[in-house]
Design a protein around this ligand. Structure first.
Ligand SMILES: Cc1cc2nc3c(=O)[nH]c(=O)nc-3n(C[C@H](O)[C@H](O)[C@H](O)COP(=O)(O)OP(=O)(O)OC[C@H]3O[C@@H](n4cnc5c(N)ncnc54)[C@H](O)[C@@H]3O)c2cc1C
Length: 564
């Protein structure tokens, strides 16, 4: 007999499950319930409507119920909310949100993909009509219309995660005055504090007022007040402080919920009831690197889980390898991507980890649009297992991160990355791509061939008058340098080595750490044994210092910033 499969949620996980089931079984009866007016819309493209990159909001909706029926024989019932599950009777109760009708529907199998809803903190003023959240097409249309019709100039976005940053960026591109408020000391948590300073600078340079380390206290008609007492003018407030898995249905039905608040599933996305599957933002998944449950609200994993659940429902095998967390975002002129765990998370998890920060051209320097790519590679010590990477630049950061994501999912090490044979044309990359280069540098560090310090350690060392040798050429030095650095260009190093003390630690840098690496090796090979290369070097130092310097008014440690 044909299986009757009901699906709760008609977007990323729900629609993907439905489509996969239809491809496996032509006879199954598939009904998908969606409480909103649209199924199958591009959640990820919603913020781009605010800038007009996606001009017509109709284009955000990829398929409607009529196409689902005619193309796939899937019944998509919109504006119909599943309000309860009777597990014993294998029935759900549905409420039609327009007519008010309440009815029941029987199932053989039920798939839950209800997603996650934006968190709205219980603070004064959050219910005011000018406070918005962004989850679906209706939300983004309302927000866009309110801003345009009210000719709103000042907008506060609360929360510096992916959604908050994209909303802030697109509103700024639309010419609004945007303040982005983040409670933590940084936006975009997948990036380490040193790398994220590049993103802070980009937001700041493009005219977003970025406020970190301060949280929302209350909302009024004209402004938001922060914990610090600061008042930020805002005629529109967008709350993007995170999402909470939609588990009410599952909880009420007595399904098991995990420690992190998501629906608990097994390796095949089966809940604690063998007739009920769950996928997407509402569930807990297994972190391949941290070896524990996690939550990951991303579209790619939701779609993979949907396929795996559908396959399992029909007895097809699937190997659940867990997640690693790969994500990318465009922030104004910068492509930014990260995968795996960052150094902070690795250390919090008690994993012995180290990292290298490479700044290398994303394509051969002679080529048009060659730009520096900032690349951080995190690896386990002493195994050299690759744990994560972060890339930021005007060029293909995402491509580099996808390479690392592939290696991580296969348990790759620095040796694997060193030997990885990638494509090369001067138009696309360099013969030794930045990812290969990062592996070479990391192997040198891991094997103790030279020592390094990170840009995050430089300020304290400068303030304690440590010896910094800047091996860039004189003209470069004159154009900005660390306040107490000694300039000995690499080209003069061998004649002037006697000027470098051998009884104290010496920190060597250049522009991007390549010339300084050569200098460090020359010094080591001449008997110096307390020499450190500054990973990221002057470019990295300037980028990592700038935002905090200009927003806190602290004393810069450079005479002038260099960003190129
Ligand atoms: C603004 C924004 C930008 C994003 N950008 C990215 C990105 O760039 N990259 C990325 O990987 N991810 C991104 N995401 C996350 C991604 O969209 C989600 O991870 C993905 O959609 C999760 O799929 P899902 O099926 O679990 O939930 P959803 O796609 O949210 O679908 C769940 C649906 O279930 C419906 N529903 C809930 N309860 C019921 C019920 N009881 N009855 C009927 N219907 C119900 C909801 O109305 C909702 O439409 C973004 C999300 C947002 C909001």
């Amino acid at each position: 007999m044909a299986k009757k499969i009901l699906i709760v949620g008609g977007v990323a996980g729900g629609a993907s499950t439905a489509a996969r089931i239809r491809r496996i079984d032509e006879s199954a009866e598939i009904v998908m319930f969606e409480k909103g007016p649209h199924v199958s819309f591009s959640n990820c493209s919603l913020p781009f409507h605010l800038s007009g990159i996606v001009e017509n909001s109709n284009r955000l909706v990829l398929m409607d119920p009529v196409s689902f029926k005619s193309k796939y024989n899937i019944e998509a019932r919109v504006q119909q909310e599943v309000v309860s599950i009777d597990r014993a009777g294998k029935r759900i109760t549905v409420k039609h949100l327009v007519t008010g009708e309440v009815y029941e529907e029987r199932y053989d199998y039920l798939v839950l993909s209800p997603g996650a809803s934006p968190i709205v903190p219980q603070l004064e003023g959050v219910q005011l009509p000018h406070v918005f959240t962004v989850r679906n097409v209706v939300d983004i249309e309302r927000l866009n219309q309110y801003i345009k019709e009210g000719q709103v100039d000042n907008i506060a976005v609360i929360g510096g995660g992916f959604i908050g940053v994209e909303v802030a960026e697109n509103l700024r591109l639309a010419g609004r005055n945007v303040s982005l408020v983040e409670f933590a000391d940084q936006i975009m948590m997948p990036f380490d504090y040193d790398m994220v300073q590049i993103l802070h600078k980009e937001m700041h340079d493009k005219g977003v007022e970025l406020i970190v380390g301060d949280g929302l206290k209350r909302v009024t008609e004209q402004y938001v007040e922060l914990h610090s007492g600061k008042q930020v003018q805002a005629q529109v407030v967008v709350l993007a402080i995170g999402v909470r898995p939609e588990t009410k249905l599952a909880v009420d039905a007595g399904l098991e919920i995990g420690a992190l608040g998501g629906i608990k599933v097994n390796a095949n996305y089966v809940t604690s009831d063998p007739s009920i599957y769950a996928v997407g933002d509402a569930i807990e998944v297994y972190h391949q690197l941290l070896r524990k449950p996690t939550r990951l609200a991303l579209a790619g994993p939701a779609q993979r889980q949907a396929r795996a659940a559908a396959d399992h429902l029909f007895g097809m095998q699937h190997q659940n390898k867990g997640v690693i967390g790969s994500a990318s975002i465009q922030i104004f002129d910068l492509a930014c991507a990260a995968t795996g765990i960052n150094e902070k998370v690795a250390k919090q998890a008690g994993i012995a980890a180290d990292s290298v920060y490479i700044i290398a051209p994303d394509k051969v320097g002679l080529m048009p649009d060659s730009n520096p790519l900032h690349f951080k590679l995190v690896f386990e010590v002493p195994t050299g297992k690759i744990l994560g990477a972060q890339a930021i630049g005007k060029g293909n950061a995402d491509k580099r991160i996808d390479v690392i994501a592939t290696l991580i999912s296969m348990g790759g090490t620095l040796e694997d990355l060193k030997e990885l044979e990638l494509t090369y044309s001067p138009m696309f990359s360099t013969a030794k791509d930045v990812v290969n280069l990062a592996a070479l540098v990391a192997l040198n560090v891991l094997n103790g061939r030279f020592k390094q310090i990170h840009v995050s350690e430089v300020r304290e060392l400068v303030e304690s008058n440590a010896v910094f040798i800047d091996v860039r050429e004189k003209g470069e030095f004159a154009n900005g340098h660390l306040v107490n650095a000694i300039n000995i260009p690499l080209s003069e190093l061998r004649e002037r080595m006697h000027e470098i003390p051998s009884d104290v630690p010496v920190y060597v840098h250049c522009r991007s750490a390549q010339r300084s690496y050569n200098a460090v090796m020359a010094l080591q090979n001449s008997g110096y044994n307390n020499v450190f290369n500054v990973s990221g070097s002057f470019l990295g130092i300037c980028l990592s210092e700038y935002f905090n310097d200009v927003t806190t008014g602290r004393e810069p440690i450079v005479t002038k910033y260099n960003f190129k």
